[in-house]
Design a protein around this ligand. Structure first.
Ligand SMILES: Nc1ncnc2c1ncn2[C@@H]1O[C@H](COP(=O)(O)OP(=O)(O)OP(=O)(O)O)[C@@H](O)[C@H]1O
Ligand SMILES: [Mg+2]
Length: 321
């Protein structure tokens, strides 16, 4: 939303492929597998009044932090992924899909953990049921992840925290302060109402509902600016990028307020657009671009990705076409 005090983001400039290829993003957070079972329904079960699905096909996609990392690679950066998975079939599937996506996986294994999986059962384009498996990783495994984080810091330019509230980011506050002390930018895609845990982050990228949970409902753009300014000051967060679905996105920083109108031509599938946004901003910061230019490119990437069915990534050629 443009107001008298807000400016627009700069127009996008082409970033050479070689520059982007040097950008090294470390994604830390909660990974999940999005699984889809497609089948036919021809009868009602004799056991209970429910349809019986005869499964014909299974499709798996990387979700959560793994989808973020995949997006960073798709636009041409390098991405490492630090997360916890179980010792099970979905965990192996995630390993396989990360390999196909050229994401460098740094996985901590928790033998007692069911790897997070969201299973959808569909018939004739209709979702019949969703089944979730998830749990919080064990304490020792999370501590091992924290130690691994220290080792990975020097070889990455930008750190990206992808929080889906599954427990993978239990030590996020410590990770942020270690990364900032090492001079690295830290981006956070937040979850929940306790943002004290993200204290000291460089950029936080909530959507409207996520921000409302923390600062309440704003009454005008001026009111929003006042609330965001106070929040940034209280938590020592340099910048806040509010993603506003069909209203585009707004960047709040010490340099002022800059808005980018949504630039989607067609909208087919908005899920995962937030992952594309933060992955693009991180990749561009790692390539040395100023934040506002990274945001302009993230807005363009989001406009492309919402026009796609299925593949929730944008590649270099599409972004700079
Ligand atoms: N309906 C839409 N029309 C045009 N652009 C959209 C639409 N929805 C999303 N976008 C683009 O995608 C960006 C991110 O979307 P949104 O604010 O919905 O993030 P999000 O809720 O975190 O998404 P998700 O969690 O599903 O990945 C927006 O800032 C905008 O650029
Ligand atoms: Mg989101």
């Amino acid at each position: 939303m443009q107001t008298p005090q807000s400016d627009t983001v700069p127009s996008v400039k082409i970033v050479p492929r070689e520059t982007l290829a040097k950008s090294r993003v470390l994604v830390v957070g909660d990974v999940m597998l999005d699984r889809y079972w497609f089948g036919d329904v021809n009868r009602i079960s004799p056991e209970a009044p429910v349809p019986v699905v005869h499964v014909q096909r299974q499709e798996d996609r990387l979700g959560g932090a793994a989808n973020v990392a995949r997006n960073a690679v798709a636009i041409g950066a390098q991405a490492g992924l630090l997360c916890v998975v179980g010792h099970d079939e979905p965990g192996e599937r995630i390993v396989g899909l990360l390999g196909e996506s050229n994401v460098q996986a740094y996985l901590e294994r928790d033998p007692a953990l069911p790897t997070t999986i969201k299973l959808r059962v569909l018939s004739r384009q209709q979702q019949l049921l969703r089944v979730d498996f998830e749990n919080t990783p064990a304490h020792e495994v999370l501590l091992a992840g924290l130690a691994r984080f220290d080792a990975l810091l020097p070889s990455h330019d930008v750190i990206l925290m992808s929080d889906y509230a599954k427990g993978g980011l239990t030590h996020v506050t410590q990770m942020i302060s270690k990364a900032r002390a090492a001079g690295k930018a830290v981006l956070v895609d937040p979850k929940g109402d306790d943002w004290e845990r993200y204290r000291g982050a460089s950029v936080i990228t909530p959507n409207r509902a996520e921000l409302r949970e923390v600062i309440g409902t704003w009454k005008s753009e001026e009111d929003l600016l006042a609330r965001v300014t106070k929040l940034r000051r209280d938590l020592q967060i340099d910048a806040l990028l509010l993603t506003r679905s069909e209203e585009g996105m707004t960047l709040f920083s010490d340099e002022g307020v800059r808005h980018a109108a949504a630039d989607a031509r067609e909208v087919y599938d908005v899920s995962g657009a937030g992952d594309t946004v933060i992955a693009t901003v991180a990749a561009m910061l790692g390539a040395g671009l100023p934040l506002a230019e990274g945001v302009a490119l993230a807005n363009r990437a989001a406009g492309i990705v919402v026009g796609k069915l299925g593949t929730a990534t944008v590649d270099y050629d599409e972004l700079f076409a």
